[in-house]
Design a protein around this ligand. Structure first.
Ligand code: IPM
Ligand code: MG
Length: 366
């Protein structure tokens, strides 16, 4: 038996626990068929943690996350907590994990499985064979910038402030990840900001240009304004290889890219920290979709983004690229065989519940 390391499972809210159940089945399969095991712990985050102990993530959970080789994350967000004060919103659990673990590089690959080219809201020829990577800066920008908050102006009016802020160092390190990743792909990086209206955009463009010129001359670098990029993603998504962008633009553009792949239920992500001692880095893997409270508990959730996120964990946290390839190939075959959860359903295909989709993937793995 090969024990690969420590996993912390954080299913979270809504459909999070349902899609995480399929990861647990896959863990069982790996132990039984491959002799590959992990030390697995599970804990609460988001609305589930608020319900249990009044905080979106407990300090003890943060300690477990810091000790884990990889955090496998479901989703957070619960309607009953929508009106909570800012620091008690379920999303704060996820944002604290990203910030305190230093997970600055968020990889969001948007790939179209051949069987799903028709499921996209774009014409099949625009998305057939699509394989792009959105690299989102994840621990800076307007998500964390100070000052932030809502102040009372005392005359019945209020004033709300968020701050978009980036330093040279933050831009350099995400740029390096983008260039490195592109070398294993088509060797093209598109850097996205709004240098036409934002100071952070001007610095972003300046720093990415310098890092590219001095350290990665072999990579083809271009620049694009974020509004144009949103348009180009819908118009001709295959023009991109790696898109590197800030925290907020990355949030928006990755949802847009997801729809090109057929469904938000298909997009995985990996969030990585800097390389630490022993060649290890902190990491968290989560589907790009949210908690989808409207379909929670009905077996309608697509578990494939979650399973693909786990495949990314095998590849990036445990150096098991071969196993990751097999999980991804099994998912492609299951789609070829016509299995579809409601989000990707098409005429003449086989309707699958969340659990049936997970079972079909295991059956395909053999
Ligand atoms: C995402 C989500 C999160 C974000 C939310 C849940 C805080 O939309 O991971 O894309 O805005 O980053
Ligand atoms: Mg988002």
């Amino acid at each position: 038996m090969a024990r690969l390391g420590k996993l912390l499972l954080l299913p979270g809210d809504g459909i999070g626990p349902e899609v995480m159940a399929e990861v647990k089945k896959l863990l069982g399969w790996l132990a039984e068929h491959e002799g590959t095991t992990f030390a697995v712990e599970e804990d609460l985050v988001g609305g589930a943690a608020l319900d249990a102990h009044g905080s979106p993530i407990a300090d003890s959970t943060m300690e477990k996350a810091k000790a884990a080789d990889a955090v496998i994350f479901g989703a957070v967000g619960a309607t009953k907590h929508d009106a909570n004060p800012f620091h008690l919103k379920p999303e704060q659990g996820l944002l604290r994990l990203r910030k305190d673990l230093g997970l600055f590089a968020n990889l969001r690959p948007a790939m179209v499985f051949p069987a799903l080219a028709d499921a996209s809201s774009l014409k099949p020829d625009l998305v057939d064979g699509l394989d792009i990577l959105i690299l989102r800066e994840l621990t800076g920008g307007v998500y964390f910038g100070e000052p932030r908050g809502i102040e009372d102006l005392g005359d019945g009016r209020k004033r709300a402030i968020d701050t978009q802020v980036y330093t040279t160092t933050e831009i350099e390190r995400i740029a390096r990840v983008a260039f490195e990743l592109s070398k294993k792909r088509a060797g093209r990086v598109t850097s996205v900001e709004k240098a036409n209206v934002m100071h952070t955009g001007i610095l972003w463009r300046e720093v990415v240009t310098r890092v590219g010129r001095d350290e990665f001359p072999e990579v083809e670098l271009s620049h694009m304004y974020a509004d144009n990029c949103a348009m180009q993603l819908i118009r001709r998504p295959k023009q991109f290889d790696v898109i590197v962008t800030d925290n907020l633009f990355g949030d928006l553009l990755s949802d847009a890219a997801a729809m090109a792949t057929g469904s938000l239920g298909m997009l995985p992500s990996a969030s990585l920290g800097a390389l630490g001692g022993g060649g290890r880095r902190k990491s968290l893997f989560e589907p790009v979709h949210g908690s989808a409270p409207d379909i929670a508990g009905q077996g309608k959730a697509n578990p494939l983004a979650m399973l693909l996120s786990f495949a990314m964990a095998l590849r990036y946290a445990f150096d098991q690229g071969g196993l990751a390839d097999r999980v991804e190939a099994a998912i492609a075959s299951v789609l070829d065989r016509g299995w579809r959860t409601p989000d990707i359903m098409q005429p003449g295909k086989r309707a699958a519940t969340t659990a049936q989709m997970g079972d079909a993937v295991l059956a395909e793995l053999g």
